[in-house]
Design a protein around this ligand. Structure first.
Ligand SMILES: Cc1cc2nc3c(=O)[nH]c(=O)nc-3n(C[C@H](O)[C@H](O)[C@H](O)COP(=O)(O)O)c2cc1C
Length: 226
Protein backbone atom coordinates (compact mmCIF):
# COMPACT_ATOMS: atom_id res chain seq x y z
CA UNK A 1 0.00 0.00 0.00
CA UNK A 2 1.15 3.56 -0.67
CA UNK A 3 2.33 5.48 2.42
CA UNK A 4 -0.46 7.71 3.68
CA UNK A 5 -0.01 11.06 5.35
CA UNK A 6 -2.62 11.58 8.02
CA UNK A 7 -3.61 14.73 9.87
CA UNK A 8 -5.69 15.00 12.97
CA UNK A 9 -8.36 17.70 12.66
CA UNK A 10 -8.06 20.11 15.53
CA UNK A 11 -10.93 22.45 14.77
CA UNK A 12 -13.01 24.47 17.18
CA UNK A 13 -15.89 22.59 18.70
CA UNK A 14 -19.46 23.17 17.67
CA UNK A 15 -22.18 22.56 20.19
CA UNK A 16 -25.88 23.08 20.68
CA UNK A 17 -25.57 25.69 23.42
CA UNK A 18 -26.00 29.16 22.05
CA UNK A 19 -26.81 27.90 18.58
CA UNK A 20 -29.24 30.24 16.77
CA UNK A 21 -32.77 28.97 16.09
CA UNK A 22 -32.24 29.46 12.34
CA UNK A 23 -28.96 28.80 10.49
CA UNK A 24 -28.42 32.26 8.96
CA UNK A 25 -26.30 33.90 11.71
CA UNK A 26 -23.89 30.99 11.91
CA UNK A 27 -23.63 30.55 8.12
CA UNK A 28 -22.88 34.29 7.82
CA UNK A 29 -20.34 34.09 10.65
CA UNK A 30 -18.47 31.09 9.24
CA UNK A 31 -18.29 32.64 5.74
CA UNK A 32 -17.08 35.95 7.17
CA UNK A 33 -14.48 34.15 9.29
CA UNK A 34 -13.19 32.16 6.30
CA UNK A 35 -12.86 35.35 4.20
CA UNK A 36 -11.16 37.21 7.05
CA UNK A 37 -8.76 34.37 7.71
CA UNK A 38 -7.76 34.31 4.05
CA UNK A 39 -7.11 38.06 4.09
CA UNK A 40 -5.07 37.80 7.29
CA UNK A 41 -3.30 34.44 6.96
CA UNK A 42 -3.76 33.54 3.29
CA UNK A 43 -4.45 29.88 4.00
CA UNK A 44 -8.08 29.72 2.81
CA UNK A 45 -7.65 30.27 -0.94
CA UNK A 46 -10.97 31.07 -2.65
CA UNK A 47 -13.05 30.94 0.54
CA UNK A 48 -16.14 31.34 -1.69
CA UNK A 49 -15.43 28.22 -3.76
CA UNK A 50 -18.48 25.99 -3.49
CA UNK A 51 -19.00 22.52 -4.95
CA UNK A 52 -22.38 22.31 -6.65
CA UNK A 53 -24.08 19.01 -7.49
CA UNK A 54 -26.96 18.65 -9.92
CA UNK A 55 -28.64 15.62 -11.46
CA UNK A 56 -29.69 14.96 -15.03
CA UNK A 57 -32.97 13.54 -16.31
CA UNK A 58 -31.73 9.99 -15.57
CA UNK A 59 -30.85 11.01 -11.98
CA UNK A 60 -27.11 10.82 -12.68
CA UNK A 61 -25.22 13.34 -10.56
CA UNK A 62 -22.58 15.79 -11.76
CA UNK A 63 -20.45 18.06 -9.64
CA UNK A 64 -18.41 21.19 -10.29
CA UNK A 65 -16.92 24.07 -8.30
CA UNK A 66 -18.21 27.61 -8.74
CA UNK A 67 -17.85 30.83 -6.74
CA UNK A 68 -20.51 31.69 -4.19
CA UNK A 69 -21.03 35.30 -5.25
CA UNK A 70 -24.43 35.62 -3.58
CA UNK A 71 -25.21 35.01 0.07
CA UNK A 72 -28.43 36.26 1.61
CA UNK A 73 -31.00 34.81 4.03
CA UNK A 74 -32.70 33.50 0.86
CA UNK A 75 -29.72 31.15 0.46
CA UNK A 76 -26.28 30.82 -1.11
CA UNK A 77 -26.07 31.47 -4.85
CA UNK A 78 -23.81 31.63 -7.86
CA UNK A 79 -23.69 33.04 -11.37
CA UNK A 80 -23.25 31.07 -14.55
CA UNK A 81 -24.21 30.55 -18.18
CA UNK A 82 -27.89 29.58 -18.39
CA UNK A 83 -27.20 27.04 -21.14
CA UNK A 84 -24.38 25.32 -19.27
CA UNK A 85 -24.79 21.71 -18.25
CA UNK A 86 -25.55 22.64 -14.63
CA UNK A 87 -28.17 25.22 -15.63
CA UNK A 88 -29.87 22.90 -18.08
CA UNK A 89 -29.98 20.17 -15.44
CA UNK A 90 -31.43 22.55 -12.85
CA UNK A 91 -34.12 23.69 -15.25
CA UNK A 92 -35.42 20.13 -15.57
CA UNK A 93 -34.70 19.07 -11.97
CA UNK A 94 -34.14 21.88 -9.46
CA UNK A 95 -32.81 19.63 -6.68
CA UNK A 96 -29.34 20.77 -5.74
CA UNK A 97 -26.62 20.21 -3.16
CA UNK A 98 -23.76 22.62 -2.51
CA UNK A 99 -20.80 22.41 -0.13
CA UNK A 100 -18.34 24.99 1.12
CA UNK A 101 -15.13 23.44 2.51
CA UNK A 102 -12.45 25.35 4.41
CA UNK A 103 -9.85 22.69 5.07
CA UNK A 104 -7.40 24.83 7.05
CA UNK A 105 -10.23 25.73 9.42
CA UNK A 106 -11.55 22.17 9.68
CA UNK A 107 -14.98 23.43 8.68
CA UNK A 108 -17.57 22.73 6.02
CA UNK A 109 -21.17 23.72 5.35
CA UNK A 110 -23.47 21.51 3.29
CA UNK A 111 -26.60 23.01 1.76
CA UNK A 112 -29.39 20.98 0.18
CA UNK A 113 -32.61 22.19 -1.38
CA UNK A 114 -33.99 23.46 -4.65
CA UNK A 115 -32.48 26.01 -7.01
CA UNK A 116 -34.32 29.11 -8.14
CA UNK A 117 -33.11 31.53 -10.80
CA UNK A 118 -32.00 34.90 -9.46
CA UNK A 119 -33.95 37.90 -10.75
CA UNK A 120 -32.54 39.98 -13.61
CA UNK A 121 -31.77 43.03 -11.45
CA UNK A 122 -29.57 40.99 -9.12
CA UNK A 123 -27.82 39.37 -12.08
CA UNK A 124 -27.33 42.74 -13.78
CA UNK A 125 -25.85 44.28 -10.62
CA UNK A 126 -23.42 41.41 -10.18
CA UNK A 127 -22.48 41.30 -13.87
CA UNK A 128 -21.65 45.02 -13.77
CA UNK A 129 -19.32 44.45 -10.82
CA UNK A 130 -17.20 41.91 -12.73
CA UNK A 131 -13.96 42.98 -14.40
CA UNK A 132 -14.38 44.05 -18.04
CA UNK A 133 -12.45 41.05 -19.39
CA UNK A 134 -14.68 38.62 -17.49
CA UNK A 135 -17.77 40.34 -18.87
CA UNK A 136 -16.41 39.98 -22.41
CA UNK A 137 -15.56 36.36 -21.61
CA UNK A 138 -19.16 35.65 -20.64
CA UNK A 139 -20.17 36.57 -24.21
CA UNK A 140 -17.34 34.58 -25.77
CA UNK A 141 -18.06 31.26 -24.08
CA UNK A 142 -21.06 29.09 -24.87
CA UNK A 143 -20.22 27.27 -21.64
CA UNK A 144 -20.26 23.46 -21.69
CA UNK A 145 -20.54 23.27 -25.51
CA UNK A 146 -17.76 21.70 -27.61
CA UNK A 147 -15.02 24.02 -28.94
CA UNK A 148 -12.92 23.21 -32.03
CA UNK A 149 -9.79 24.93 -30.73
CA UNK A 150 -8.47 27.43 -28.18
CA UNK A 151 -7.69 29.73 -31.13
CA UNK A 152 -11.38 29.92 -32.05
CA UNK A 153 -12.24 31.11 -28.55
CA UNK A 154 -9.47 33.71 -28.54
CA UNK A 155 -10.55 34.98 -31.95
CA UNK A 156 -14.08 35.45 -30.62
CA UNK A 157 -12.75 37.29 -27.55
CA UNK A 158 -10.70 39.62 -29.78
CA UNK A 159 -13.78 40.48 -31.86
CA UNK A 160 -15.90 41.13 -28.78
CA UNK A 161 -13.19 43.33 -27.24
CA UNK A 162 -13.38 45.54 -30.33
CA UNK A 163 -17.16 45.60 -30.22
CA UNK A 164 -17.33 46.63 -26.55
CA UNK A 165 -14.07 48.39 -25.62
CA UNK A 166 -13.20 48.94 -21.96
CA UNK A 167 -14.49 52.41 -21.02
CA UNK A 168 -14.13 51.90 -17.27
CA UNK A 169 -17.92 51.91 -16.94
CA UNK A 170 -19.79 48.91 -15.62
CA UNK A 171 -22.32 49.01 -18.47
CA UNK A 172 -19.80 48.99 -21.33
CA UNK A 173 -20.50 45.29 -21.92
CA UNK A 174 -24.22 44.40 -21.91
CA UNK A 175 -25.53 41.50 -19.86
CA UNK A 176 -25.94 38.46 -22.14
CA UNK A 177 -29.48 37.01 -22.18
CA UNK A 178 -28.02 33.58 -21.55
CA UNK A 179 -26.20 34.50 -18.37
CA UNK A 180 -27.76 34.40 -14.92
CA UNK A 181 -27.64 32.99 -11.46
CA UNK A 182 -29.23 30.55 -9.05
CA UNK A 183 -29.96 30.69 -5.34
CA UNK A 184 -30.40 27.55 -3.25
CA UNK A 185 -33.69 27.56 -1.35
CA UNK A 186 -32.37 25.40 1.51
CA UNK A 187 -34.20 22.55 3.21
CA UNK A 188 -31.15 21.20 5.02
CA UNK A 189 -27.99 22.91 6.22
CA UNK A 190 -25.23 20.93 7.89
CA UNK A 191 -22.41 22.53 9.85
CA UNK A 192 -19.37 20.29 10.07
CA UNK A 193 -16.46 20.90 12.42
CA UNK A 194 -13.47 18.55 12.21
CA UNK A 195 -12.33 17.29 15.61
CA UNK A 196 -9.60 15.01 16.92
CA UNK A 197 -9.55 11.30 16.09
CA UNK A 198 -12.27 11.79 13.46
CA UNK A 199 -14.82 12.47 16.22
CA UNK A 200 -16.20 15.46 14.38
CA UNK A 201 -19.15 17.65 15.32
CA UNK A 202 -22.07 17.60 12.88
CA UNK A 203 -25.14 19.70 13.49
CA UNK A 204 -27.95 19.69 10.98
CA UNK A 205 -30.68 22.29 10.55
CA UNK A 206 -33.72 20.80 8.79
CA UNK A 207 -36.49 23.10 7.62
CA UNK A 208 -39.94 21.97 8.75
CA UNK A 209 -42.04 24.84 7.37
CA UNK A 210 -41.97 27.82 5.03
CA UNK A 211 -39.15 30.26 5.43
CA UNK A 212 -35.57 31.02 4.60
CA UNK A 213 -32.24 30.67 6.41
CA UNK A 214 -33.21 33.43 8.84
CA UNK A 215 -36.75 32.34 9.75
CA UNK A 216 -37.00 31.37 13.41
CA UNK A 217 -39.37 28.56 14.43
CA UNK A 218 -39.14 26.48 11.24
CA UNK A 219 -35.77 24.80 11.70
CA UNK A 220 -35.22 21.58 13.68
CA UNK A 221 -31.67 20.97 14.89
CA UNK A 222 -30.17 17.52 15.18
CA UNK A 223 -26.68 16.22 15.97
CA UNK A 224 -25.36 13.44 13.73
CA UNK A 225 -22.66 10.89 14.45
CA UNK A 226 -19.37 11.80 12.83
C1 LIG B 1 -12.43 27.97 -8.17
C2 LIG B 1 -13.38 27.87 -9.33
C3 LIG B 1 -14.37 28.82 -9.48
C4 LIG B 1 -15.29 28.74 -10.54
N1 LIG B 1 -16.31 29.65 -10.59
C5 LIG B 1 -17.28 29.49 -11.52
C6 LIG B 1 -18.44 30.33 -11.46
O1 LIG B 1 -18.61 31.19 -10.58
N2 LIG B 1 -19.39 30.12 -12.42
C7 LIG B 1 -19.27 29.16 -13.37
O2 LIG B 1 -20.17 29.03 -14.21
N3 LIG B 1 -18.20 28.34 -13.43
C8 LIG B 1 -17.20 28.49 -12.51
N4 LIG B 1 -16.11 27.64 -12.53
C9 LIG B 1 -16.04 26.61 -13.59
C10 LIG B 1 -16.90 25.41 -13.22
O3 LIG B 1 -16.19 24.56 -12.33
C11 LIG B 1 -17.33 24.56 -14.46
O4 LIG B 1 -16.19 24.19 -15.20
C12 LIG B 1 -18.27 25.33 -15.37
O5 LIG B 1 -19.22 26.08 -14.66
C13 LIG B 1 -19.00 24.37 -16.32
O6 LIG B 1 -19.72 23.42 -15.58
P1 LIG B 1 -20.96 22.60 -16.20
O7 LIG B 1 -20.52 22.18 -17.58
O8 LIG B 1 -21.17 21.43 -15.31
O9 LIG B 1 -22.15 23.52 -16.25
C14 LIG B 1 -15.18 27.70 -11.50
C15 LIG B 1 -14.17 26.74 -11.34
C16 LIG B 1 -13.29 26.82 -10.28
C17 LIG B 1 -12.25 25.74 -10.11
Amino acid sequence: MEPIERWDYAGESLDETGLPAAPWPIVREWVDQARARNREQGDVPEPDAIAVATVDADARPSLRVVLMRYLEPAGPGFFTNLESRKAVELQSNPHIAATLTWQSMFRAIRFEGTARQLDRDTVERYFGSRPWASRVGAWASAQSRPLASRAELEQRVAELEQRWPDTGREDDVPLPDGWGGFVVDCERVELWAGRRSRLHDRLVYRRTGDGDLSTDGVWAIERLQP
